[in-house]
Design a protein around this ligand. Structure first.
Ligand code: SAM
Length: 236
C-alpha cells in the first residue's frame, strides 16, 4: 500500500512514522508513506499557502492552487483509490472504515489546517471526508497519523501475530477483554483462575464472557449493531 500525505507541516509526522509498527511496516516494504510539503507546490516568491476567507472573519484558508497542483501531479503518476480530507465535517472514523481502507492500494490523505480548506478543492478532488471524532484539532496531521496507523497495522504481515488483530476491540462489535501477565499475584491482586488453568477452552470462555461484560457496561451501543459492523452507514 502507498499513502501520500499532503501537509503544510511535515515535521508533525516525524514521531508517528519513525517508531514502532509504522516504522517496521515501512522498512519491511508493506507500506510506503510519502510526505508532500504543500509549500513546495506554491509558485509565488513568498510560498504562500493560505489567504483570508471571502466574506471576512477570523482564520486563514488553505489556497486552492498548491493543493490542485500537488494532487493532480500525484494523480498523473498513478491512480488513487481515495483522496481523503481530514475534517470535522467528515464521516466519523471507525474500525469498519479502517478495515475497508486497509484493502486499498493507493491513498492520498490531505491534512487541512488553519480555518480550513478552500471548498473548491473538496468539490473537485476529494472523494472521502473523514473526521476522527467530535472535537476540533489544530490541523489534520494528527488525524492523518491516526488513520495511517490504524490502517497500516491491518496490512497482512505487518503485525507478526495477525490473529491478535481479530480479537481487538471493534472487530466484532465488542471491546477486547482485560489481560494479565506475570506474576500471578501482585499486591494481593490475583489473576483470575481460569486464565491460569492451562485449559484453552476455559480461557476462551473467560475471555468471551469478560469481553461481553465490559462491552455491556461501557459500550452497550456496540452490541446493538449488526454483526461485523454491518450497521446503517453514514454517507461520506
Ligand atoms: N473550521 C473548522 C471547523 O470548525 O470545522 C476547523 C478547522 S481545524 C482548526 C483545522 C484542520 O484540522 C481542519 O481543516 C481539519 O483538517 C483538521 N481537523 C480538525 N479537527 C478534526 C477532526 N475531528 N477530524 C479530522 N480532522 C480534523
Amino acid at each position: 500500500m502507498r499513502i501520500d500525505v499532503i501537509t503544510a507541516f511535515p515535521p508533525l509526522f516525524d514521531g508517528p512514522l519513525s517508531e514502532s509498527i509504522l516504522k517496521r511496516a515501512q522498512e519491511g516494504g508493506y507500506a510506503e508513506i510519502v510526505l508532500h510539503d504543500l509549500r513546495s507546490y506554491t509558485r509565488d516568491k513568498h510560498r504562500t499557502l493560505d489567504d483570508t476567507p471571502y466574506g471576512g472573519g477570523a482564520g486563514m484558508i488553505l489556497k486552492p492552487e498548491p493543493l490542485f497542483e500537488c494532487i493532480e501531479t500525484l494523480q498523473n503518476e498513478r491512480s488513487y483509490d481515495e483522496v481523503i480530507l481530514t475534517t470535522p465535517a467528515g464521516r466519523v472514523y471507525n474500525q469498519k472504515l479502517c478495515n475497508q481502507l486497509s484493502m486499498r492500494e493507493n491513498l492520498i490523505v490531505l491534512c487541512g489546517h488553519y480555518k480550513g480548506v478552500d471548498q473548491r478543492v473538496i468539490d473537485a478532488l476529494v472523494t472521502m471526508e473523514i473526521s476522527i471524532g467530535d472535537y476540533v484539532l489544530t490541523g489534520g496531521e494528527l488525524a492523518a497519523a491516526v488513520i495511517i496507523d490504524s490502517v497500516v497495522r491491518l496490512i497482512p504481515g505487518v503485525i507478526g501475530d495477525g490473529e491478535s488483530l481479530l480479537s481487538d476491540s471493534f472487530m466484532e462489535n465488542e471491546l477486547d477483554c482485560p489481560y494479565y501477565t506475570r506474576p500471578p499475584e501482585f499486591r494481593d491482586m490475583k489473576v483470575p483462575e481460569d486464565l491460569l488453568s492451562g485449559d484453552h477452552k476455559r480461557v476462551e470462555t473467560w475471555r468471551r464472557k469478560a469481553a461481553e461484560k465490559l462491552t455491556r457496561e461501557r459500550r452497550p451501543d456496540l452490541l446493538r449493531k449488526a454483526p461485523h459492523g454491518n450497521d446503517k452507514e453514514q454517507k461520506s
